[in-house]
Design a binder for this molecule. Structure first.
Ligand SMILES: *Cc1c(COP(=O)(O)O)cnc(C)c1O
Length: 384
């Protein structure tokens, strides 16, 4: 992906000067650092960043600058990326199914925190992972799942043990001399704190079933970003709900808390600038980016409707909005945004459509399908 070297004031400034033909992902480092501080100040425990949501080196660098000291990594590539960019930071290897070659790579890299959701994969860790690295104990966290609640996407369909199995695994972890902890991931874009509440209560039950207190409880990611106009999620309320539920469920032997936000940290620090290629006979709008590019997750997670439309001179189109069908540039009929999106009546060919809050699961899933997807990057002082 190409990178524009100039720093622009905002997306309108970039559009006015460049009138880009290809999609541009603009990044506001100040917005990212501010969000990181909101997590660091508000979350009652260790904040780690889920690297998969946006592994751009500028993102990692700005998170480290803001004070983030831990990362959730899922592959040898991510382990090495963080090892290189943040050598002092904790790396939690939270992908519960790993090839033996991946385990060997992580042991070599000095990983001291692992998650697991099955007997077979725990057995592999017992065979290959030492109980100590230097003077540090090694933590293994059984990952458990519940039926999905309050999330827009069910991660539990792939990973997570039942509470009963998690209790069995927790017991085995303690017996073998590793640090016993627990982890879960409630789903993504969880706007309702209820997603965490039920998991935290069940974490307590798992400890009781196993007769083993968890040293740490990782409450996963899932913290929402600002996707829908006028509905800015209240992170503070989620943090307090988590703290209150932990206090209520565990009392004096509360485990230390960890969270691993991806989207919640990075999404709102980016906006995606797309261009209107054509408006077919005044009806559906064709953009130069779509579900095979920077808007890949919209069909799964729902539309991003914090949208601005600007003329090539960077002036806002502010006519009344109504629902329009939006297609991406490829010839695949799947390449359509879900439902309809509110677009100003005066939108015209050559205009720019800016999707705010587009920083998660977008740059990494951008493909070159059909020869499109020539996305470039740029830095802006602010996204507004
Ligand atoms: C993807 C993932 C996350 C981050 O999820 P978000 O919804 O982006 O916050 C956190 N933990 C695990 C284990 C994940 O797989």
């Amino acid at each position: 992906m190409g990178h524009h070297k100039t720093v622009w004031s905002n997306p309108a400034d970039l559009i006015r000067h460049l009138q880009p033909e290809d999609p541009v992902m603009v990044f506001a480092p100040t917005a990212l650092q501010e969000r990181a501080r909101q997590f660091l100040d508000g979350f009652p425990g260790l904040v780690t960043y889920a690297v998969k949501s946006n592994p751009d080196e500028a993102v990692i660098q700005n998170l480290v600058t803001a004070g983030i000291r831990g990362f959730d990594v899922a592959s040898p590539f991510e382990i090495d990326l963080i090892g290189r960019m943040a050598p002092q930071a904790a790396r939690h290897y939270h992908n519960p199914v790993r090839a033996r070659s991946e385990i060997a790579h992580a042991v070599q890299a000095g990983i001291t925190s692992w998650s697991v959701d099955s007997r077979s994969e725990l057995e592999k860790l017992f065979e290959m992972v030492p109980t100590r690295v230097g003077d540090q104990g090694v933590e293994i966290s059984p990952r458990f799942k519940l039926p999905v609640l309050g999330a827009v996407y069910d991660f539990g369909s792939k990973f997570g043990a039942t509470p009963e199995l998690a209790a069995e695994l927790l017991g085995l972890v303690a017996e073998r001399g590793y640090i016993p902890s627990l982890t879960f991931h409630p789903g993504t874009q969880c706007v309702d704190p209820i997603a965490w509440e039920s998991y935290i209560r069940v974490a307590r039950e798992i400890c009781d079933m196993a007769g083993v207190p968890a040293r740490r409880l990782n409450v996963g990611g899932g913290f929402p970003s600002h996707r829908v106009a006028g509905v800015d999620p209240d992170l503070g309320a989620i943090f307090s709900e988590i703290a209150d539920t932990v206090a209520e469920s565990f009392g004096d032997d509360a485990p230390a808390l960890v969270c691993e936000p991806g989207r919640g940290l990075c999404a709102d620090a980016f906006s995606l600038i797309t261009r209107v290629k054509g408006i077919r006979d005044g009806a559906s709008i064709f953009l130069n980016d779509g579900v095979y590019g920077g808007l890949a997750e919209l069909p799964i997670v729902g539309n991003l409707d914090r949208i601005e439309v600007l003329t090539p001179q960077g002036r806002p189109r502010d006519a009344e909005r109504s629902g329009r069908v939006i297609f991406g540039p490829t010839c695949d009929s799947v390449d359509r945004l879900p439902g309809e999106l509110g677009m100003p009546a005066d939108i015209a060919e050559g205009d720019y459509v800016i999707f705010h809050g587009a920083g998660a699961y977008s740059t990494v899933t951008n493909t070159r399908f059909n020869g499109f997807g020539a996305m470039t990057n740029a830095t802006v002082l602010s996204l507004g």
